[in-house]
Ligand binder design. Structure first.
Ligand SMILES: [Mg+2]
Length: 378
């Protein structure tokens, strides 16, 4: 089998790619909507993979893997990898998990990282009310993550939260040392949310990037009695193209609160120091940023060898729990076939056994193609 084309269009705001072969089997993958600008980057790899056998996934990946980078520049490589697995699975008439060793569980736990309601304000009672709404969703999540501090609007919306230039713009990152008031506010909001969760729902917090190690240590110690699931992305995080394993090591050794990072990291090599030094308790690579499904698996196996949990960040997508993403726009669920309904039941998703990735576009998807790509599915 040979790759004859790599196409990419944008459906909604999601770059969608299609790898075409000479045997009539196509592979599909998508990039998350916040990276709607990546189409030219996906197509950059076209000449590298044309003529290759798509079922030799690793061989093809070795031609392009070194030409990617940390988020967002790992997404294109990751999507190509997943489309290759889709083809390999369809060609073997097997679900992709069978090509990787087979499933080890019939259902996977997911946590709420995307079923969201707007906050009414930024006081502890607002975070508590918001948590109560998330706890009551039909998915019945057993673990919920909320953005606090520099992740989300808290740092830019609570006056005097930190020392630094306050920016409400997403284009300029808020970062700096917390004021005493800010630290107390963060602790109070966390306590209010945990009060709602009780001990039946785990609470994880996404905090950065933008925090300083000493603030993370003070905060993590102050909330040890709450038994949080983890504190995520404090000093680094989304779109930060470095790891700072030494800073995470200092934090993790200073507290019993589990420390988590890794959603922006590209390739297993960049998890090496974090894992080998046990700088975090939980790693969270995103299959759609780290380089694809096998890259996620390699990182997971290495983390497991070191007693480190994995809770994969989910955009298109553990050993702890997978982040549950939602389709964007809403009509995304109308243009794909293969998903279970309802998708989440009691915080779990059943693992399906359809060949390939097991999710395909249906005829309705054609109606959402841009005029310039009307032949995308042809
Ligand atoms: Mg995060």
């Amino acid at each position: 089998m040979k790759i004859t084309d790599l196409k990419c269009t944008v459906i909604g705001r999601n770059p969608v790619l299609r790898i075409v072969t000479d045997e009539g089997i196509d592979g599909f993958a998508q990039v998350e909507p916040s990276k709607h600008y990546l189409t030219p980057h996906v197509l950059f790899y076209r000449d590298y993979i044309l003529g290759e056998d798509p079922t030799c996934v690793e061989s093809v990946m070795r031609k392009i893997r070194r030409l990617g980078a940390f988020k967002p520049w790992g997404s294109s490589v990751s999507a190509i990898e997943m489309a290759l697995w889709d083809i390999a699975g369809k060609a073997a008439d097997l679900p992709v998990h069978k090509l990787l060793g087979g499933k080890v569980r019939d259902r996977v736990r997911v946590y709420n990282g995307a079923v969201r309601f707007p906050l009414d304000g930024f006081e502890p009672e607002d975070y508590a009310a918001n948590m109560a709404r998330m706890k009551a969703t039909p998915e019945n999540f057993s673990l919920i993550k909320q953005g606090v501090a520099f992740h989300g609007p808290m740092a830019g919306s609570v006056p005097g939260f930190y020392y630094g230039d306050v920016s409400s713009s997403g284009h300029r990152q808020n970062r700096g040392a917390l004021t005493e008031k800010g630290l107390k506010h963060l602790i109070a909001c966390t306590e209010a949310m945990k009060d709602v969760c009780g001990d039946e729902v785990g609470l994880a917090l996404d905090c950065g990037p933008g925090m300083l190690p000493h603030d993370v240590i003070r905060f993590a110690r102050a909330v040890e009695h709450l038994n949080l699931a983890w504190i995520e992305d404090t000093v680094t995080g989304d779109y930060v193209p470095w790891v700072h394993a030494d800073q995470y090591l200092e934090i993790t050794r200073s507290t019993s609160t589990p420390i988590h990072t890794g959603e922006q990291i590209y390739l297993r090599q960049n998890f090496k120091e974090l894992i080998e030094t046990k700088a975090v308790n939980v790693v969270g690579p995103d299959p759609c940023d780290v380089g694809g499904i096998s890259e996620l698996k390699w990182s997971a196996e290495y983390a497991d060898l070191h007693g480190i949990l994995m809770a994969p960040h989910g955009t298109g997508d553990g050993l702890f729990a997978f982040e549950y993403p939602t389709g964007d726009p809403d009509w995304w669920y109308d243009i794909v076939d293969g998903l279970p309904g309802p998708i989440v039941q009691d915080s779990y998703i059943d693992v399906w056994d359809t060949p390939g990735i097991g999710v395909t576009f249906n005829e309705k998807a054609r109606g959402y193609l841009p005029d310039s790509d009307r032949d995308f599915f042809d």
